[in-house]
Design a protein around this ligand. Structure first.
Ligand code: SDX
Length: 427
């Protein structure tokens, strides 16, 4: 196979090198396109454009494959825990016991949040959406940890990484407790990373905290399934902001804002609201399927479709199976689970969805589990952000270590040509 691509335009030919990835993906390197041909490419939504070469996560959308650093998501969800997966994504290898203990120890050392941060939290109305609160608090970490901003060495990057891994669960818990009018607390770092988070989120003043082990296992698995997804909207945002050397916390804060959108991570909240709406409307899934297909109707089947997966999202398969297990294990009946399964069945047999290869994605069933675990619906996307934190960190670290240039796309200008200014008296 030729390792060059040729572009012919107005009788002239231009050659560009082709890069082949370790899984056979091919990319035309157009580094010299503008200087040689005087042209740029145009690609709305970057549907066909690669922003980087990355060794973190591999997706095959046609076959529904997802691997973190070469490990199948099915294996990791079944056999690993979230902190191990965080280490794997960030540093590239599964940790041995000594490495994992040191990693968690360093994280625990950094799990205090400056008391002054509570004043920022106090400033928010109780009705504020937790994603907006979390994005602000995460950005504010920069003010209290100025040494974590312009980090150049791997050692300084590591310090910033363990800081945010230590403080983020506290910010997540405080964000939820603010909405529930509960006192802001700290957990118990003799517990594991995920159980400690759960304790901080749910313990009640004066009450003994205990939790069913199956709840922590389900939460741990959900966080693993959300941990990274190559160059999705929020990861690309983290890379873009990080490429200006704005620092890890500011970059993560930007990623949180990108994830908030209902077309991205905000879909897990939108799915439950959609399912509740269908239930309240009498449960007629067929009526809503027609709405989803009607171009004149803004209604979309939330939790369906994906930019990359044109097959089942492997995470959706695992979460759907886990939803049944968790609800049965907890003895929870949730009527919207049956509505979700009904929608999925109908969509998989409907030409509109089949032709466009629209399948359930990671957000379609996750909210049903979060709800069964007692997580408020407005916190669903916050849980997605917590899961995605290691992935964002890994993407940021890879980008900084490779010394990628500042991200600055081009455009094709389609506005007015030069025109003469006229004073207001002549307009
Ligand atoms: C996540 O990128 C990632 O990896 C993201 C993520 C991650 O882990 O980071 O996987 C997490 O964000 C999952 C996606 C969550 N969002 C939703 O569930 C919202 C509903 N889905 C859609 O809005 C949509 O499918 C997107 C945003 C996910 C993907 O949009 P694309 O790739 O831009 O596709 P498109 O909008 O061009 O759709 C192609 C066609 C269109 O119809 P035609 O113009 O060809 O006639 O499919 C239709 C769309 O109208 N379509 C849908 C639909 N999704 C696409 N029609 C009805 N319901 C839907 N959900």
């Amino acid at each position: 196979m030729s390792d060059k691509a040729i572009l012919e335009y107005q009788g002239k030919k231009y050659e560009f090198p082709v890069t082949e990835g370790t899984e056979g993906e091919l990319g035309i390197n157009i580094k010299t396109l503008r200087s040689e041909a005087g042209m740029i490419t145009l690609d709305r939504g970057y549907k066909n454009t690669g922003s980087c070469e990355s060794a973190i996560t591999f997706l095959n959308g046609e076959e529904g494959i997802l691997r973190y650093r070469g490990y199948a998501i099915e294996d990791l969800a079944e056999k690993a825990d979230f902190l191990e997966v965080a280490y794997l994504l960030i540093f590239g290898e599964l940790p041995n016991k000594q490495q994992l203990d040191k990693f968690y120890g360093d994280i625990k050392e950094e799990s205090e949040v400056d008391e002054e941060m509570k004043k920022i939290l106090d400033g928010f109305p109780k009705a504020a959406h937790p994603m907006g609160v979390l994005a602000s608090l995460t950005s504010a970490l920069t003010a209290f940890n100025p040494g974590s901003v312009d980090v150049e060495s791997e050692e300084d990057m590591y310090k910033a990484i363990v800081k945010i891994l230590g403080k983020f669960p506290v910010l997540v818990a405080w964000t939820q407790r603010k909405k529930s009018s509960l006192p802001l607390n700290y957990g118990d770092d003799s517990l594991g990373y995920v159980e400690n988070l759960h304790k901080m989120m749910f313990e009640k003043p004066g009450k003994k905290y205990n939790v069913d082990k199956s709840v922590i296992e389900a939460l741990d698995k959900l966080l693993i399934l959300h941990a990274d997804h190559e160059q999705n909207c929020s990861a690309s945002t983290v890379r873009m902001v990080g490429s200006s050397h704005a620092g890890l916390f500011a970059s993560i804060s930007a990623g949180i804002s990108a994830l908030w959108g209902p077309l991205h991570g905000g879909a897990n909240q939108a799915v439950i609201e959609m399912l509740e709406g269908i239930k309240a409307d009498g449960g007629d899934t067929h009526k809503f399927m027609q709405k989803a297909k009607d171009k004149d109707d803004s209604f979309r089947l939330m939790g369906f479709g994906h930019r990359v997966y044109k097959n089942f999202d492997p995470r959706a398969k695992i979460i759907k199976k886990s939803a049944d297990e968790v609800l049965n294990g907890l003895g929870v009946e949730d009527p919207v689970l049956d509505i979700a399964k009904g929608l999925e069945k109908e969509a998989l047999e409907d030409d509109y969805f089949v032709k466009r290869k629209l399948y359930p994605n990671v957000d379609f069933y996750s909210g049903i589990i979060y709800r069964a675990l007692g997580i408020p619906v407005e916190m669903f996307t916050v849980m997605f952000a917590l899961g995605r934190l290691p992935g964002w960190i890994a993407q940021w670290r890879e980008m900084r270590l490779k010394k990628e240039p500042i991200g600055r796309p081009r455009q094709i200008y389609v506005g007015e040509n030069l025109r003469e200014f006229k004073p207001v008296s002549e307009r």
